[in-house]
Design a protein around this ligand. Structure first.
Ligand code: ZN
Ligand code: ZN
Length: 809
């Protein structure tokens, strides 16, 4: 601890003092049973890495904490729990790297995290901490698995799955980023055929999509989720072969049917065997073998060189009546649509490349402005705006969107087609061939099949296995522990075998928000009355990197629990805001660049309050900002100034000067509005401006005391100390947010007319005597004015003080 004069602001002393006080007084505890205006303010729980708390964590949590504190000061009872997402590959890989058993390392990491999190000064009620690795928690994760099984939403299937050779486990589609592992950006994900457990999330596709429109979520998050679910409207069309087989295809563009000059089947398509002619058989088989050895991902991404083989068979284009050749090629995947496509090389890029490679006919069936039926195609033209059909028989001349419906209807009449909706979302693969997770609660019996572990036998404890390394066998390390997996069958008593895979970490986090209020309950996963009172979550803040993983899975699990009658709501998060990210000196933080900001060092040097405020001042919270060491001292100087004002005015009871009183009420309104909207940087700027004005004027207690409350969400320890120095015996968090008096805020204002090119476009209120610079900036920022100046150069400005801003563009 450094030496200081008794009156100087010493953050270390102040912060340690108040953290102890909060603990002793229970300041951060929430009365869950008695709340009249409950607000569940949730932040995404961290996974406790060994590196400790990341600056990104501090940024995210501070923003959520400010919001929660603000809501408490404005009258809500706020519940702000925190816990640890401590199972999973991230944690396990680090333990492997360190050569320490995860069962030993992870609790140590958690302990370190807990200390760091407390040091940041978050208003967390630590009595409700959860860790996903705690058997008292994962007992209920396993229980949820069993409920989904009971409801027919969990099933086992043998199929092609994503396999990361570095993780040595399967991955969900959501964990594969452009063909690479989300944890190993340079490792290509492969295809393996394994027997795995899946959750039938696709049963909820429609609800997951339509409900999104009703949620108060960041637009960016909703868009990411909408695109991931990937709804497309189209048609299923049948192409008949002379042999009487029907090849069904899904297309989003039935309007291009007349341009389908060949067909392609996935090499694994069940009809390939029957269709292939004797002459083509050996070539087709050879190609199928090559493709089977390929990974699914490069097939999904699509390779430059198109390959394929003709089956020797033909099918009839139901629109033109022409016989068109049937090929197989690896760019068509069995898992999408029907595993077969009608190829329209004139209007699809991949089909165009394929047709060019194999010299197949290319026909234009859509023409845009200035084009006609004979305009040559030098590349595929998929999206012709306002295009009309050509070379399409009786449909010629129709706009393509209209023709889409007309052609589908015409085929439906012939019994050869129907309108259908297709989705990109697939079922969620939840099996993991790893050690560090909750064992899937299933027992396999030769006589009874897959038998669920009886609920009274939960949790199925994760056994201690010495060698936790995953291997390439596709079998979990738990399969090395025979004494653990050999158990009697719960149904018949014969010797049976436990499932040795563990479940995906994303199942752990898909329900943690339900657990917090009931974290102290051993008998139920979540208490019915508390859940009714506190959920759905009133405000959730987190990163957009979880838009399609955690946020989608949580919605699915909640909907399923709702349908089973376990909860009363289908959507877990009424409001969600995605926070931005922090970069350092313009680049992403990474260990290899050596530019990682370690929060501990800054908190030690500057104190948590200064660090918190600095992070919030970097830029708009929902966008993030650039961390530069140089800026942090400005925040510290600001707090020193407030400290001085508090010392000087504690007993200054005189009435405030009118101009300062007006500024106070404006500042209260601005800080309140901005804080409610997570506009923390502009709220801080308003407080700085106010403090500078106070220092130039005649500050009195009535002007300084409200400022301390405004500051409390941002610099909570500091505000507590100031509040005490102003003579209060209770926590500043139990104070009331000051009211902004509209009349006082407007006192002395004048109306200034804003003109653009001589026309009045706005009337703005300014304090009398506002200078040209400020008035012109405010005028240009006004939305009504912006419409007329956007993208234009301002050629002239006329300013008449207290009367007029005139812009010429
Ligand atoms: Zn991986
Ligand atoms: Zn049995």
């Amino acid at each position: 601890m450094r030496e200081t004069t008794p009156d100087a602001y010493d953050p270390q002393t102040v912060e340690i003092k108040w953290q102890q006080r909060w603990e002793e007084r229970g300041t951060n505890r929430t009365d869950l049973a008695g709340a009249s205006r409950p607000l569940y303010n949730l932040m995404m729980f961290p996974y406790p890495s060994a590196e400790g708390l990341h600056v990104g964590n501090v940024f995210a949590f501070t923003g959520a904490d400010i919001y929660g504190r603000y809501r408490r000061l404005t009258g809500d009872t706020v519940f702000q729990p925190l816990g640890f997402d401590a199972f999973g590959i991230h944690s396990e890989n680090f333990a492997l790297k360190m050569g320490i058993h995860p069962g030993e390392l992870i609790p140590r990491n958690i302990e370190r995290f807990r200390k760091q999190l407390r040091r940041v000064g978050l208003m967390v009620d630590w009595r409700y901490e959860v860790s996903t690795t705690d058997p008292a928690y994962y007992k209920w994760t396993q229980w949820i698995f069993l409920q989904l099984l009971k409801a027919g939403l969990a099933y086992r299937k043998r199929g092609a799955v994503n396999w990361c050779p570095a993780c040595k486990t399967v991955l969900a589609n959501e964990q594969v980023i452009n063909g690479f592992c989300e944890r190993h950006p340079d490792v290509k994900v492969e295809q393996r055929v394994l027997e795995q457990w899946f959750f039938r999330i696709t049963r909820y596709t429609d609800r997951l999509l339509t409900n999104l429109e009703t949620l108060d979520w960041s637009v960016s998050t909703r868009l990411l989720q909408t695109n991931w679910i990937g709804r497309s409207e189209g048609a299923e069309l049948a192409f008949e072969t002379p042999g009487g087989q029907r090849i069904t295809v899904f297309t989003t563009r039935p309007d291009t049917l007349h341009g389908a000059t060949y067909m392609v089947l996935a090499p694994e398509h069940p009809l390939v065997e029957a269709l292939t002619t004797a002459e083509q058989r050996s070539e087709v088989r050879a190609y199928q073998r090559t493709v089977a050895a390929k990974d699914i991902v490069s097939r999904k991404v699509g390779e430059k060189e198109k390959t394929g083989v003709f089956t020797g068979a033909y099918a009839r284009n139901p629109a033109t009546g022409h016989s068109i050749p049937v090929w197989i090629a690896d760019y068509v995947l069995m898992e999408y649509g029907t595993g077969a496509i009608m190829a329209v090389p004139g209007h699809d890029e991949r089909d165009f490349e394929f047709a060019t490679t194999f010299r197949l006919p290319i026909v234009r069936v859509i023409a845009g402005a200035g084009q006609d039926a004979s305009t040559p195609l030098t590349a595929a033209e998929p999206d012709i705006a306002a295009g009309r059909l050509v070379n399409s028989g009786s449909f010629d001349g129709q706009p393509w969107a209209e023709a889409k419906r007309a052609i589908t209807a015409s085929l439906a009449e012939q019994g050869l087609g129907k309108a259908v909706v297709n989705y990109r979302l697939h079922d969620w693969c939840v099996s993991r061939q790893r050690y560090w997770g909750p064992p899937i609660p299933i027992i396999y019996c030769d006589d009874c099949g897959a038998v669920p572990v009886p609920e009274q036998d939960l949790p199925v404890l994760l056994p201690v296995v010495e060698d936790t390394r995953p291997d390439d066998s596709g079998v979990s390390p738990l399969a090395r522990h025979e004494a653990w997996y050999r158990v009697p069958c719960p149904a018949c008593g014969k010797t049976a075998r436990r499932e040795t895979d563990v479940s995906d970490t994303f199942l752990d986090s898909a329900w943690y928000f339900l657990r917090y209020p009931s974290a102290d309950r051993g008998d139920v996963p979540f208490d019915a009355a508390l859940t009714r009172r506190w959920l759905p979550v009133g405000s959730y803040i987190g990163g957009n990197e979880h838009a399609v993983l955690h946020l989608l899975y949580s919605r699915f699990v909640t909907m399923a629990l709702k349908d089973m009658g376990h909860v009363a709501f289908a959507e877990p998060f009424a409001k969600f805001r995605a926070h931005g990210t922090i970069v350092k000196d313009g680049t992403k933080m990474s260990k290899s660049r050596g530019n990682v900001v370690v929060p501990d060092r800054y908190i030690e040097q500057w104190g948590a309050d200064t660090f918190r405020m600095y992070l919030m001042f970097l830029g708009p919270y929902q966008e993030g900002g650039d961390f530069r060491d140089a800026g942090i001292s400005g925040i510290r100087r600001f707090l020193d100034k407030v400290w001085g004002l508090v010392a000087d005015t504690a007993s200054a009871q005189a009435a405030p000067a009118p101009d300062l009183e007006r500024l106070l009420h404006r500042t209260i309104r601005k800080v309140g509005d901005d804080t409610a909207a997570l506009g923390y940087n502009t709220a801080i700027a308003a407080m700085m401006e106010y403090v500078n004005a106070l220092r130039e004027g005649a500050p009195v207690r009535a002007l300084v005391e409200p400022l301390v409350v405004l500051l409390a969400p941002y610099a909570p320890h500091f505000a507590e100390e100031c509040w005490e120095r102003l003579g209060h015996a209770t926590s500043v968090m139990d104070a009331v947010w000051p009211a902004s008096d509209a009349a006082k805020a407007a006192a002395g204002d004048v109306e200034v007319v804003v003109q653009v090119n001589g026309k009045v476009r706005a009337r703005l209120q300014f304090p009398r005597g506002t200078g040209e610079g400020e008035a012109v900036e405010a005028a240009k920022a006004d939305p009504a004015v912006q419409r007329f100046i956007e993208g234009k150069e301002i050629r002239k400005v006329i300013f008449v003080p207290d009367r007029l801003v005139s812009l010429v563009v």
